[in-house]
Structure formats: structure tokens, C-alpha cells
Design a protein around this ligand. Structure first.
Ligand SMILES: C=C(O[C@@H]1C=C(C(=O)O)C=C[C@H]1O)C(=O)O
Length: 113
């Protein structure tokens, strides 16, 4: 190995390392943003359970998906991927809402005898 290829290796390593630092920062931001989103959706779940509203709202989901697909297209992100991601997150939210609703129902129902 000559000195120029060693230098190239070093610059490639440095670029890879800098890119990975950015990826780590972005992943941290995604986790924090998801945590904030789930805080909001937990409150929505509580509200729905308290007022006997259904866990899922397909009409709202359809509007969100259409909006996100457009945002994705404008951002040069695959809209199908954006839709898959949102659908995955929403499915988890609905699961949480169902759990909250079951808890609320248990609180209101008399103990089985
Ligand atoms: C959070 C809600 O509950 C569900 C979850 C949604 C979401 O995670 O964005 C959207 C619609 C509902 O199916 C809501 O109704 O706003």
C-alpha cells in the first residue's frame, strides 16, 4: 500500500465517520419526535376512552396518509415508504388506545361475580 492510498483510506474513513455521526443525530431526533408523538396519542387515547369514542378513526387516517404522501413526494422520499411508516406507527397507537379503553371499561364495569 502506498502513501496516497493510505491517505485516501483515511479521508474515506473520516467521511464515513462524519456521515455516521449525522445518522446517529438524526436517529436520536426521530426517537425523540416519536416519543413526543406517543405522548400526544396517549392523551388522545385517554380522551377517547373517557368519552366512549372508538380507538381508530379511519377517515382521519386517510387524510393523514394523503398529506404525508404529498409531503414525502415534495421531499423526494418514496411516498409508499412514508405511508408504510405512518401505517405502522398508527397501528401501534390504536393498540395503545384499545389497551386504555379496556382499562377504562374494567374501571367502570362491576367485578365479575
Ligand atoms: C391519534 C388518534 O387515534 C388513532 C391514531 C392516529 C395517529 O396515530 O395519528 C390517527 C387516527 C386514529 O386511528 C386520533 O384519532 O387522532
Amino acid at each position: 500500500m502506498n502513501s496516497s492510498s493510505t491517505e485516501l483510506d483515511e479521508s474515506v474513513r473520516a467521511e464515513l465517520s462524519a456521515l455516521r455521526d449525522s445518522i446517529d443525530n438524526i436517529d436520536a431526533a426521530v426517537v425523540h419526535m416519536l416519543a413526543e408523538r406517543f405522548k400526544c396519542t396517549q392523551r388522545v387515547g385517554r380522551l377517547k376512552a373517557d368519552h366512549s369514542l372508538p380507538a381508530a378513526d379511519p377517515a382521519r387516517e386517510a387524510r393523514q396518509i394523503a398529506r404525508l404522501r404529498e409531503l414525502a413526494e415534495n421531499a423526494k422520499l418514496d411516498p409508499a415508504f412514508a405511508e408504510k411508516l405512518l401505517t405502522f406507527v398508527i397501528a401501534e397507537v390504536i393498540r395503545h388506545h384499545e389497551t386504555i379503553a379496556r382499562g377504562a371499561a374494567d374501571d367502570h364495569d362491576p367485578e365479575p361475580t
